[in-house]
Design a protein around this ligand. Structure first.
Ligand code: HEC
Ligand code: HEC
Length: 222
């Protein structure tokens, strides 16, 4: 009898585990629809009017890290960072479990196609990227958790410009305890002028297409 009870208790505990896991996705989805869509749009493609980035398909570790940065005032606390302030207020409403669930959900959304809004000559940007950025963000701009550097493709051009300018001026990334942000404050020094900045961003916007085309050739395959 005792054994059967123990056995049932065991099965019951497993079932609880299963339902808890099965609920992970719906929780992330519910949070996304109720809290994120109003600013990041229905498919997580972002919204230029709110200056919110495309977040669909961002790696879960990066979403989580940035949410924690917002929650601990590493990002979004600067008085000249209205967009960061908006997101920081949002992030602070979430518990640790909710943050984890929504980060996982966002990372599984398919990345959206983005329309470039600015035109620039990409040559200068391509050279600078190879010299100063590729080491951490990789040849394909997908980033690398080891650094931990996020993708620099799949983001809107105006958002890339905004982020890089904020790193350059220390509005983001300059907090004493933000070691990863500081890497970018340092790296963004090499973007010498606006022309180079726009060239770099234009290069990143077409990088995925360029690699897709190159895939057919002997040198371009992964
Ligand atoms: C009130 C509007 C608003 C809401 C609601 C909102 N966001 Fe944001 N979010 C923003 C803005 C604006 C930015 C850009 C901040 C900046 O420029 O640094 C941002 C930035 C982010 C970033 C940083 C991306 C990067 O490239 O570093 C992540 C991740 C993010 N949001 C996730 C979420 C998630 C997940 C939710 C829902 C739980 C959410 N946001 C809800 C406005 C919002
Ligand atoms: C030493 C490694 C390193 C180098 C070199 C580097 N980065 Fe970064 N980059 C990072 C890290 C780490 C982050 C995340 C910073 C954070 O958490 O705020 C980042 C973040 C970014 C972001 C923000 C992406 C987002 O989703 O908001 C952009 C844009 C970016 N880097 C572009 C560049 C460009 C352009 C260069 C070259 C001029 C460059 N990076 C060089 C490590 C690097």
């Amino acid at each position: 009898m005792m054994r059967a009870v123990r056995c049932l208790t065991y099965i019951f505990s497993l079932l609880i585990g299963v339902t808890a896991r099965a609920e992970d996705l719906p929780l992330g989805q519910t949070l996304f629809q109720n809290l994120c869509v109003q600013c990041h749009a229905a498919k997580g493609e972002g919204n230029v009017l709110i200056k919110s980035p495309a977040i669909a398909g961002m790696p879960d570790w990066y979403v989580l890290a940035q949410m924690k940065n917002f929650q601990t005032d590493k990002r979004g606390a600067h008085p000249q960072d209205p967009e960061g302030q908006l997101m920081r207020a949002m992030a602070k409403m979430l518990t640790a479990d909710q943050t984890l669930a929504v980060a996982e959900y966002v990372s599984k959304l398919p990345r959206n196609a983005l329309q470039p809004t600015m035109v620039a000559d990409i040559d200068e940007g391509k050279r600078l990227y190879a010299e100063r950025c590729m080491e951490c963000h990789r040849y394909n701009g997908e980033g690398d958790m080891a650094y931990p550097s996020p993708p620099v493709v799949g983001l809107q051009d105006w958002y890339l410009v905004s982020r890089l300018k904020k790193y350059q001026s220390g509005i983001q990334g300059a907090e004493k305890n933000d070691a990863n942000g500081q890497k970018m404050v340092f790296s963004s020094i090499f973007i010498e002028d606006e022309k180079t900045l726009y060239s770099l961003v234009a290069y990143l916007m077409q990088l995925p297409e360029e690699l897709k085309k190159a895939k057919g050739t002997a040198f371009g395959s992964d």
